[in-house]
Write a protein that binds this ligand. Structure first.
Ligand SMILES: [Zn+2]
Ligand SMILES: [Zn+2]
Length: 327
């Protein structure tokens, strides 16, 4: 089937789904209006005394691609963010086959990292590929594996109401400082077809002598809103962007084009276009950044190529096991 025929088939399928689900369409439109209203009426103030960090490295633990064949891969996200000796677990992957040990635990072991070294957990948003699976998403929790993993009361910074049996969950309703030079952007709402609205936060690290590094899960709120929020909250010029930006333009990593529909913030018959991905790459290229590392878990290989072309040697694809050392 040609790409054009595939497009037409998807459009027809989802148009029918839209007609068959008028209330879902209405609910989606209401959610989208609410997300825009929140964006326009919420005016965050700059965090006082954010400070800066000297060292930042991001070790991808779970990703679509890996640095070598010994590491497990899946279209989910988990990164070990090390800031001046503090270790923050950014999201916990998908564990799509509900395994124990999960891909996350297996890769942690392969990379020589112990769960007991973690100082905190940071959950970008409540989607299955970031919280450890579908059951975790519906149960509003997160899990590192199919069996309980003791977290010993470390803080877990989450963007909306969630619980966890052994972490001290802190719901961040607004931007907040988490450690010296480290902050949450605060949750930004996005309407999502079928699964309902999602609130996503980015992890912001002010690296001395470089600038702000924005670590992103799926990127649902849109690149320009996330960048604007980071600028207002920190007042620090952006240096780097690491993570998912949700541009599954020519194909989805997850069955039957699901990412092209769910997560785009659009109605099901409206697709993410090549133009939008090119504009995002051009936006980042125009910001004179030092680093852009794009996750392949919610972007297709075509998009990775567009970003690489626009950003040259400042670009890299996020791969499990390949540390991104900023400073
Ligand atoms: Zn995702
Ligand atoms: Zn998501």
């Amino acid at each position: 089937m040609t790409a054009r025929a595939t497009e037409t088939r998807y459009a027809a399928y989802w148009a029918v789904a839209g007609i068959a689900r008028p209330f879902t369409v209405l609910q989606f439109l209401r959610d989208r209006r609410e997300a825009d209203r929140l964006w326009e009426t919420t005016h965050p103030v700059q965090l006082a005394g954010l400070g800066s960090a000297t060292h930042l490295s991001i070790l991808p633990l779970v990703e679509q691609y890996a640095a070598n064949g010994r590491l497990a891969t899946e279209p989910g996200v988990s990164y070990l963010v090390s800031v001046d000796g503090k270790k923050i677990l950014f999201d916990v992957g998908w564990n799509r086959h509900n395994e124990h040990p999960s891909p996350l635990l297996r890769n942690l072991e392969a990379l020589g990292v112990s769960v007991s070294e973690l100082d905190a957990v940071f959950i970008s948003h409540l989607h299955l590929d970031h919280v450890g699976g579908r059951e975790c998403q519906s149960g509003r929790t997160f899990a590192l594996s199919a069996r309980p993993v003791e977290l010993g009361g470390i803080p877990a910074y989450v963007p909306e109401s969630m619980t966890h049996p052994s972490a001290r969950v802190e719901v961040l309703a607004t931007p907040g400082k988490l450690a010296e030079g480290v902050a949450s952007s605060g949750p930004l709402m996005r309407a999502i077809w079928l699964t309902g609205p999602v609130f996503e936060q980015t992890l912001l690290v002010n690296v001395a002598g470089k600038g702000l590094v924005m670590i992103v899960g799926c990127g649902h709120p849109s690149l320009d809103r996330m960048i604007e929020q980071a600028r207002v909250v920190t007042g620090v010029p952006l240096y780097g962007v690491v993570g998912g930006l949700h541009f599954p333009v020519t194909g989805s990593r997850v069955g039957r084009g699901r990412q092209n529909i769910i997560g785009s913030g659009k109605l099901p018959w409206q697709r993410i276009t090549q133009e939008e991905a090119r504009e995002a790459a051009a936006l980042l290229a125009g910001l004179d950044l030092g680093l852009v590392a794009l996750s392949a878990h919610d972007s297709c290989d075509w998009t990775l190529g567009v970003f690489e072309e626009a950003l040259g040697d400042r670009y890299r694809t996020v791969k499990a096991g390949e540390a991104i050392v900023v400073a």
